[in-house]
Ligand binder design. Structure first.
Ligand SMILES: Nc1ncnc2c1ncn2[C@@H]1O[C@H](COP(=O)(O)OP(=O)(O)OP(=O)(O)O)[C@@H](O)[C@H]1O
Ligand SMILES: [Mg+2]
Length: 272
């Protein structure tokens, strides 16, 4: 990017520029550019296999793109390892939950603290009874994160005691415990029932407002997406085919065909 472009990027929480990604010669992302302003909620939508998770993995440092750049604020993070991206207060939840079943929720939330303050977290998470002031700060932040997702009363329960919806919220608490300014959420509402979905939508709306956090949300449920996000980025076969609000999206028959054609059943009760 030019200096002028970098100055413009400083206004954004995340700027991705001309990102391409391949796996064994298969083009999975093809020249994707997009911005996420500070405090903005942006949805990444598109059919299965369109490259949504891969894009989140590029932003969070899990994959290094073949070409293109990722900025977090002004900082060029392309090629950074995931923990270095996380240290810039970029939090992440995952499409497929991989929380150890025997961890207590407090320890799950504490895992999110290791990007903030390294010392003390692992001794606590591993159950070594060694307290100091750092651990108290970490514990407080972890409890605050559990409280903000409504799970503080279950802090001493294990992951295996939770419903699927609660486990997904525990994973969100892990990400929140690091006090992120950017939160990348990969299908946070997938597998939830209607009530859990409504509660999660209200929770994320509140978190975005109270913490002024920028959200990048992959989600197939369009009513959830439009309830949360002011901007929608649509991917199709690794290419960005739309970037704008939901009103204009509904008026774009080509993009609607991509979304509602082969993937129609996934949108279920969509209102678009
Ligand atoms: N590590 C990998 N190695 C090889 N191919 C991969 C890898 N990760 C993703 N892909 C391929 O890249 C394409 C995009 O995958 P991705 O997971 O980003 O899609 P998605 O839009 O998140 O799909 P879904 O809605 O099903 O979650 C798919 O064809 C997938 O098989
Ligand atoms: Mg995915």
């Amino acid at each position: 990017m030019t200096d002028i472009a970098i100055d413009m990027a400083a206004a954004n929480a995340v700027t991705i520029t001309d990102i391409s990604m391949q796996f064994q010669g298969l083009v999975v992302l093809d020249g994707v550019s997009a911005t996420v302003e500070r405090g903005q909620a942006v949805a990444v939508i598109g059919p299965n296999g369109s490259g949504k998770t891969t894009l989140l993995n590029v932003i969070s440092g899990i994959y290094r793109p073949v070409s293109g750049t990722v900025h977090v604020g002004r900082e060029l993070v392309t090629g950074f390892r995931p923990h270095r991206v996380a240290q810039l207060r970029v939090g992440r939840t995952f499409q497929h939950l991989e929380l150890p079943k025997d961890l207590t929720l407090l320890r799950v939330a504490l895992l999110g603290r290791h990007t903030v303050i390294k010392r003390g977290v692992f001794s606590y998470a591993l159950g070594i009874p060694h307290f100091n002031s750092t651990e108290k700060v970490n514990r407080q932040a972890a409890m605050d994160a559990l409280r903000s997702v409504g799970l503080d009363h279950l802090a001493q329960h294990q992951v295996q005691d939770l419903s699927y919806g609660q486990a997904k919220r525990a994973d969100l608490a892990r990400a929140l415990a690091a006090d992120p300014t950017v939160l990348l959420l990969d299908e946070p509402a997938a597998g939830l029932n209607d009530q859990e979905r409504e509660e999660l939508l209200a929770l994320l709306q509140r978190i975005q407002k109270e913490r002024q956090v920028a959200l990048v949300v992959i989600e197939h449920d369009m009513s959830f997406v439009t309830g949360l996000c002011s901007k929608l980025v649509v991917l199709s076969s690794g290419r960005k085919i739309y970037d704008g609000d939901s009103t204009h999206l509904r008026q774009d028959p080509t993009v609607m065909q991509v979304l509602l054609g082969p993937a129609a059943q996934e949108f279920g009760t969509t209102t678009i």
